[in-house]
Design a protein around this ligand. Structure first.
Ligand SMILES: Cc1cc2nc3c(=O)[nH]c(=O)nc-3n(C[C@H](O)[C@H](O)[C@H](O)COP(=O)(O)OP(=O)(O)OC[C@H]3O[C@@H](n4cnc5c(N)ncnc54)[C@H](O)[C@@H]3O)c2cc1C
Length: 470
């Protein structure tokens, strides 16, 4: 609960228009894109600049009020669900591109800028900001940074982390810290920029970011390889890379996903194929043609029944857009969509896909799988209904087994969606007790009052989604 006295102080900082504790506003920000998770915040606040953020944080720290920074709420791990109440912090006023520096190849932005606006702004100057999460038309840059989001171009160009070179952060005591800068090289002290990237709003509030840009590649080509079995497709992924080709995109869709996507996108996808790889390469025309030729050869060797190269930019765009709609398309099937992002070394993709299918069979569940195969990052997705408690229990047990399999194959419990609330019970599987202890020490040092996004990343036993019995 926020007392009247504290409310008055907060209103004095942001004005009445930017502080809302009405039931309707609190309800609107009680959930995010994560299924089955809802909790009311005490109020929603929209600061207009860094100074206001700092003043808000100081008051919250003094009165031990939780702060949940929120971009567009598209995270899939319960990262912005205000499970402990408190203030939801919005950045609707802090949504501007501050500077595009063509000499240093950087762009400096406020936290609320929508990802695609960055991509579009730099493209018009012949520059490229590669991180492209499927949600990029909606997600905000500070959300991407805080989850260290990946995307379809991650295989060749890396993830958000690889492009964040400077940050302004309001620390949990209200101090304003600057890290990095427009620097190609900088080894002054601990890498605090990287510490903040992927910290899921638990270590401070990002109020500005400087991002690295690269020159726009000369050309890009897109192709689809169709398979009659999953394993051949998965094998092709490893073989393409073993042939020392790193495509920009190497995405995998299984047949159930393909059918649903085609039904949604209606672009003539081959729904009779058991699996499809969407492959893209960019660079100079000579390199792209050479790589595509080799990729086609590898796919055929590994059992692709057909390979189709997009004949125009529009056709290519349709294919990648179709892939980006996979989650939205699957979400139409049933009231609840549980999507995970278990990740394995790419050499283990075939085994992981088979393991997911076996687990689905064991629990008699429909699990569709698609994802960034080149990164080993799979999205096993289960359309279900949270009102069916018996089925939900099976879903939980199936996913717990999927995470354990991923770890067994040398992988991780999340490749890009973050830990938040829903993966917290599994984090120790990946980090061990020692890793958790180091993370807790960092959290305690920066945020001793645990005001920054409390209840996220670190598991509370009571919130354990399932207990897996072996
Ligand atoms: C259809 C769909 C497709 C998706 N595709 C992908 C994909 O391809 N790759 C991928 O990685 N993810 C994907 N996601 C997940 C999600 O979109 C990403 O995690 C995205 O980066 C979240 O951005 P957001 O602005 O919605 O952040 P939010 O969901 O609002 O917040 C995410 C986290 O960031 C923190 N945060 C937000 N702003 C700040 C700030 N200023 N300071 C400190 N912390 C802050 C929040 O507290 C929270 O922990 C997808 C989600 C959907 C719904």
């Amino acid at each position: 609960m926020i007392s009247n006295n504290v409310k008055e102080k907060l209103v004095a900082i942001v004005t009445k228009e930017n502080f809302d504790d009405s039931k309707i506003e609190r309800l609107s920000y009680s959930y995010d894109s994560t299924p089955n998770l809802q909790a009311l915040p005490d109020a929603v606040i929209s600061p207009r600049n860094t100074k206001e953020v700092s003043e808000i944080v100081k008051i919250c720290n003094e009165h031990k009020i939780p702060i949940v920074p929120r971009g567009s709420g598209t995270n899939l791990c319960g990262g912005t669900c205000p499970t402990e109440g408190g203030l939801v912090l919005l950045f609707k006023h802090m949504n501007k591109i501050l500077e595009l520096d063509e000499e240093n190849l950087t762009i400096t932005v406020q936290p609320g800028v929508i990802t695609i606006e960055i991509a579009n702004a730099v493209e018009s100057k012949g520059l490229f900001y590669p991180p492209d999460p499927g949600s990029m038309r909606v997600s905000a840059i500070a959300g991407n940074i805080s989850e260290n989001s990946g995307g379809l171009r991650g295989l060749k160009y890396g993830v958000t982390r690889d492009y964040v070179i400077g940050l302004e952060v309001v620390l949990p005591n209200g101090d304003i810290m600057r890290t990095g800068g427009k620097l190609a090289k900088d080894v002054a002290g601990y890498d605090l920029t990287r510490l903040m990237v992927g910290s899921e709003g638990t270590l401070g509030v990002i109020t500005e970011a400087t991002l690295k840009l690269i020159p726009m590649p000369e050309t890009k080509k897109t192709m689809l390889a169709l398979y009659e079995d999953l394993e051949s497709a998965a094998r092709s992924v490893s073989k393409i890379i073993a042939n020392k080709i790193i495509p920009i995109t190497l995405e995998f869709l299984d047949q159930p996903t393909l059918k649903v996507v085609e039904d949604y996108a209606q672009i003539g996808l081959p729904t009779d194929a058991k699996a499809v790889l969407l492959i893209e390469q960019d660079g100079t025309l000579e390199v792209v043609n050479r790589d595509l030729e080799k990729i086609i050869e590898v796919c055929k060797q590994e059992g692709a029944v057909s390979v189709q190269v997009a004949q125009s930019k529009e056709e290519a765009e349709k294919l990648t857009t179709a892939r980006r709609t996979a989650l939205s398309a699957l979400a139409r099937l049933k009231p609840t969509t549980i999507l995970e992002d278990a990740t394995v070394p790419r050499s283990e993709i075939a085994r992981m896909v088979s393991a997911i299918n076996e687990i689905a069979l064991k629990y008699k569940l429909d699990i569709c799988t698609f994802g960034h195969a080149g990164d080993g990052n799979l999205h096993p997705t289960c359309p279900t209904d949270s009102r069916n408690h018996e089925e939900m229990e099976k879903v939980e047990m199936a996913f717990a087994e999927i995470f354990e399999k991923a770890i067994e194959f040398g992988g991780t419990i999340t490749g890009e969606h973050g830990v938040g609330v829903v993966k917290a019970p599994y984090l120790e599987l990946k980090l061990g007790k020692e890793g958790i202890a180091v993370m807790k020490a960092i959290k305690q040092a920066l945020d001793p009052n645990n005001i920054m996004n409390p209840g996220k990343v670190f598991a509370k036993d009571s919130r354990k989604r399932v207990v897996v019995s072996k």
